[in-house]
Every structure is written in structure tokens, then in C-alpha cells.
Design a binder for this molecule. Structure first.
Ligand SMILES: [Zn+2]
Length: 152
């Protein structure tokens, strides 16, 4: 009985839940909330908590801070901003762009060094949108995973 239970837990843990991870962070990033963003540190922490529960890895970060200025150029940083128009022509609710690098001896492993999450203000506090965009910032691409589907 105990063995069965353990086996079950292991299969649940090993199940990638249809996640497709294309990038990862080589070293823990800082998460900076830009002046135009109304997101709270707590909302971001909850998203990280969600992803840690969803995967068998623990995402590590250096700090989550509100900052008075964003350059979008500091390496090892996730920037959170809120300037995407609410009437975006393609109906985008939020967009995450990542910059990545790899080493010549293994081009199959891609590491993110900058991620910029840009929310439209109407969806900046929508839990599913936050989880989805944080998923991108952690390296997940669109898939049939419940949160990483391309549409809300
Ligand atoms: Zn997406």
C-alpha cells in the first residue's frame, strides 16, 4: 500500500503537465517592478509559489523590489511594466519578451538573462494572466498546459 502510494506520487511529480520549458535562468534574477506597474510584491510571490508547486524545480530569485527607474538592460533581471495598451490591436492582455544566450559547447541549453513582462492595466491583477506571463519569464512556451495555453 505504501509502495503504491509512493509510486503514485512519483508519477504525479514526474508528469511534466504538458509544460514546454525552452529557457531557464542560469543564476537567480532580480525582479524589478517598474514605476508604471501596479503589481504588488505579493502577487509576484504568489505566482512563483504556483510555479514551484507545478514543477519539480524551485525557482530562485535574488529580490523583488519596486524601483523608481527601469533601464530594461540590466542582465539577470525580470522587469515588470504596465504600458501595453488596453485596446491592443491583437487583443494582447500582456506580453513577455525574453533575451537569452547559450554557450558554444551546448547550443541546446538556452538561458534567459533579461525578461520584460508588460501588462495592459485591465489585466495587471488577473491571476491567470500573471501566472501565464510569469511562466514565460521562467522559460515556459505556449503549450496545452492549463496556464500556458496561448489564450486566456
Ligand atoms: Zn503567452
Amino acid at each position: 500500500m505504501l509502495i503504491n502510494l509512493l509510486w503514485h506520487l512519483q508519477t504525479v511529480q514526474a508528469d511534466p503537465a504538458n509544460l514546454y520549458q525552452a529557457y531557464s535562468w542560469e543564476t537567480p534574477p532580480s525582479i524589478l517592478i517598474c514605476p508604471d506597474s501596479t503589481l504588488t510584491v505579493e502577487e509576484i510571490k504568489q505566482a512563483i509559489y504556483y510555479w514551484n508547486g507545478e514543477t519539480d524545480t524551485t525557482f530562485r530569485y535574488l529580490r523583488i523590489n519596486h524601483v523608481s527607474h527601469c533601464t530594461f538592460t540590466t542582465l539577470n533581471t525580470i522587469y515588470i511594466t504596465e504600458k501595453l495598451p488596453n485596446n491592443h490591436p491583437e487583443n494582447k492582455l500582456a506580453v513577455t519578451n525574453v533575451q537569452s544566450y547559450h554557450y558554444e559547447d551546448d547550443p541546446t541549453i538556452n538561458y534567459i538573462d533579461i525578461a520584460v513582462i508588460d501588462f495592459s492595466s485591465n489585466y495587471a491583477h488577473n491571476r491567470r494572466v500573471i501566472l501565464h506571463e510569469m511562466g514565460h519569464a521562467l522559460g515556459y512556451k505556449h503549450s496545452n498546459h492549463s496556464i500556458m495555453k496561448p489564450y486566456l
